[in-house]
Write a protein that binds this ligand. Structure first.
Ligand code: B12
Length: 316
């Protein structure tokens, strides 16, 4: 009996990919070879749909589509089963394209990334800062831009060079953008870093820029710092809080020890704040050290306000 064949819509729903990603993976990487109807519509077999789902899982776990697209089904199954993030995750959702000002700044940024045009990217970020204010720039343009770039790299619509380029421009821009936000001498101090093993830095930069804009005195330490260094900086600057960004990996066995050491070495009154896409994976370890788990930048704003109020009250 002939195998049942399905439409691209069905294949997308079952595999958790978008039809756009399926087409790109087919055209650029030969990931699948669907049959065609008389009217040239794609038709996918059950095994091709399984293949697409597995490709989604392994790319989500960190393999690039170029490396895995043509692997035989058996190998893909094994790779997915061995992958450290072997959990079904919800299909990635790209930020909805709005026709709002933020949406069009975001579109312009994406076009500049595709064109590798640093001048246009910087200029667009500057205009977004003026048009939307600092928090609007960070929450509605830079954060969704980082997510979109990650998705586009994963689905193969941009290359690693585009991703590196965008990260470099955003990093420099946020470094400069944070300066005019720097708080006064009497402002409470926030130390921002990522712990050892966490090299993704944009989340930490976003947090530093957001806190600086809210009047905090930010000491930005950068990425992948051992606990003793972070704690030393917290003691030296009498920090009210330390903010850590956790992005990738989600299964680093050393992180629990790093967090415990940090809590032990930091002044007891310094509050530990954490956020980032990998944060939920370390929930138990974070609870053990009493870290506040903050879901996004607006939430950070209200936590920082509360901390500020409570330090004012406790001052003689
Ligand atoms: C830039 C980038 C890189 C750059 C990093 C450069 C740098 N110096 O930072 C480079 C190119 C080096 C890189 C490398 C890799 N990357 Co990368 N990268 C990204 C990208 C595009 C942005 C990363 C980032 O900084 N995000 C941080 C912020 C912007 O996002 P967020 O965590 O959701 O945080 C939000 C909030 O939670 C909040 N927040 C963040 N931190 C904190 C902290 C506090 C205290 C608070 C309150 C809030 C807060 O701010 C954000 C705003 O909403 C992401 C895409 C993405 N969706 O994030 C992929 C991504 C993180 N990378 C990924 C992967 C797989 C890799 C590699 C393994 C690729 C490879 N095959 O080599 C390597 C890993 C390197 C390593 N050893 O860790 C995957 C991770 C998938 C997974 N399983 O989790 C992602 C998600 C891309 C994807 N869609 O697949 N990457």
């Amino acid at each position: 009996m002939a195998e049942v064949q399905h439409s691209i819509k069905f294949a997308a729903r079952k595999s958790g990919l978008t039809p756009h990603v399926i087409r790109v993976w087919e055209k650029r990487y030969d990931a699948v070879s669907p049959e065609r109807t008389d009217t040239n519509r794609r038709l996918y077999s059950e095994s091709e749909i399984e293949r697409l789902g597995l490709l989604r899982d392994v790319t989500q776990a960190g393999h690039s589509i170029g490396q895995v697209a043509r692997l035989p089904l058996e190998k893909l199954r094994k790779l997915a089963a061995d992958s450290p993030n072997n959990v079904k995750v919800e299909p990635a959702v790209r930020p909805a394209r709005k026709t709002s000002a933020a949406g069009s700044f975001l579109d312009e940024c994406i076009a500049a990334v595709k064109a590798l045009d640093a001048r246009v990217l910087e200029d667009t970020l500057k205009r977004a800062a003026t048009g939307l204010g600092a928090q609007g720039l960070l929450q509605r343009v830079v954060a969704p831009l980082a997510h979109t770039i990650g998705e586009m790299w994963r689905d193969g619509s941009i290359t690693a060079a585009h991703e590196h380029f965008a990260s470099a421009v955003i990093r420099i821009f946020l470094g400069h953008a944070a300066r005019p936000f720097a708080g006064t001498e009497s402002a409470p101090v926030l130390i921002v870093a990522t712990p050892a093993g966490q090299i993704h830095e944009l989340g930490a930069l976003l947090v530093g820029a957001a806190a600086g804009n809210l009047g905090w005195h930010v000491t930005y330490l950068g990425a992948s710092l051992p606990a003793a260094e972070i704690a030393g900086a917290a003691r030296q600057n009498r920090a009210r809080a330390v903010a850590l960004s956790l992005v990738y990996p989600e299964d680093d066995p050393r992180l629990e020890g790093e967090l415990a050491r940090l809590r032990e070495l930091m002044p007891p009154e310094t509050v530990l704040l954490t956020g980032g896409r990998a944060m939920p994976a370390y929930r138990d370890a974070l609870e053990k050290v009493g870290a506040l788990q903050i879901k996004d930048l607006p939430h950070l704003g209200s936590v920082l306000d509360d901390l500020r109020k409570s330090s004012r009250k406790s001052k003689p």
